[in-house]
Design a protein around this ligand. Structure first.
Ligand code: SF4
Length: 375
């Protein structure tokens, strides 16, 4: 399974030497911003535009919820034993186009927790998310990159929440980008855009791919000379994950919206989560990668770790005087190598410093389901 984009040398030559630059009505090179993930669809969109002589600047929006990025930071390995990489950066290198990773986390908490157009089947606020990203591109990037329009790798009818004409119209209206987004894979099956009307883009060279299947894109990749591209990994966004959704709903139920922070929602990506009887929260690392990531959330509460046995790092968020805290220590001990019924000492840490040690913590029975687990 490839994790990069590789194009045939003949296509590289074609892109580099044969194509005349497309100029606008003032004789200026036409340039677009391509919303780029590094996947096949946005890669094909970029190639189709470059084949028209259009300068393509790839932009990858960073929300903090990309699954591949999370695995990369956690140090996971791909099924073939290689490390995860930022697919947009690797893909753009393969396509030989510049790429910019743009941090759009500011304002994203509201998008996630109070989406105007609602959530999908999990807690994926896809319409609002697209509005947030494209709005960002419209406000700051078009001018900054001296670009004429925005392009995406969207395919009409491919994703139920955002890739139907009605939703696309809503997204364009709410971002102020009416008819300014070109979708090279499917635009020929849709309305004519301003860039086409102005002659910046040749409509005859755009595709009319529709639907959820991948056959047309795979064939187009072959025809164009795209030899390798990342395979869809079955979900690339945490927000489409049902378990993440349950955790988010739990946080929303237990914390007033005004007090919710971006850290609260990022924490939901890491470890096993428990909502304890008095309202306290416990997060238990699943492995070293999780433990390392959890350590970054030290501002939210103390860490717990069993002394003398291999075991996870846990984060407790709540009242240390409550029964929840005792339970949190017992659950932490349960996930350690300590035998059941053998009381163990548990360290309470602030960052990496041991603040105190609680002796005689009896691990919860390993054979029993823990009723406070969220998911
Ligand atoms: S899948 Fe995730 S990144 Fe993509 S539009 Fe939906 S919420 Fe945004």
């Amino acid at each position: 399974m490839s994790n990069t984009v590789q194009i045939h040398p003949a296509l590289t030559d074609r892109l580099e030497s044969e194509i005349a630059p497309r100029l606008d009505e003032h004789g200026k090179q036409v340039r677009c911003i391509l919303m780029y993930s590094g996947g096949l669809d946005s890669t094909l969109a970029g190639i189709l535009l470059r084949l028209q002589g259009i300068d393509v600047v790839a932009v990858n929006m960073f929300t903090g919820f990309c699954l591949t990025d999370h695995k990369r930071k956690r140090g996971d390995l791909r099924p073939d034993g290689t490390r995860y990489q930022n697919e947009a950066i690797v893909g753009a290198a393969g396509l030989q186009i510049p790429v910019e990773v743009v941090d759009v986390r500011e304002g994203y908490l509201k998008v996630l927790t109070e989406p105007k157009y609602g959530w999908g089947s999990a807690v994926n606020p896809c319409i609002d998310c697209r509005i947030h990203m494209l709005g960002h591109a419209n406000r700051e990037l078009l001018e900054e990159c001296d670009a004429h329009f925005i392009a995406t790798g969207e395919v009409l009818g491919q994703r139920p929440m955002t890739q139907h004409k009605r939703q696309m119209r809503i997204i364009e209206r709410d971002t102020g980008l009416q008819k300014m987004i070109v979708r090279p894979l499917c635009q020929a099956a849709m309305w004519e855009t301003v860039p086409e009307q102005k002659g910046w883009v040749d409509r005859q060279l755009l595709m009319a791919i529709t639907g959820r299947g991948r056959k047309s894109q795979i064939q187009l990749a072959k025809d164009l000379g795209v030899l390798e591209y990342p395979q869809p990994a079955g979900g690339c966004c945490f927000l489409t994950d049902g378990n993440y959704g349950k955790r988010l709903r739990d946080v929303i139920d237990h914390k007033p919206a005004a007090e919710l922070t971006f850290e609260d929602v990022l924490l939901l990506k890491v470890g096993r989560h428990f909502r304890l009887p008095d309202g306290g929260k416990l997060v238990v690392g699943r492995n070293e990668g999780d433990n390392g990531m959890l350590a970054g959330f030290w501002t939210l509460g103390p860490f717990l770790r069993v002394d003398g046995h291999m075991g996870p790092l846990s984060l407790f968020v709540g009242d240390e005087e409550s029964e929840d805290f005792d339970l949190a220590m017992a659950i932490t001990a349960r996930y350690s190598d300590a035998p059941y019924e053998a009381p163990v000492p548990v360290h309470v840490l602030h960052q990496e410093t041991i603040q105190r040690t609680v002796d005689g913590v009896v691990p919860l029975n390993k054979g029993e389901e823990i009723p406070w687990k969220i998911m």
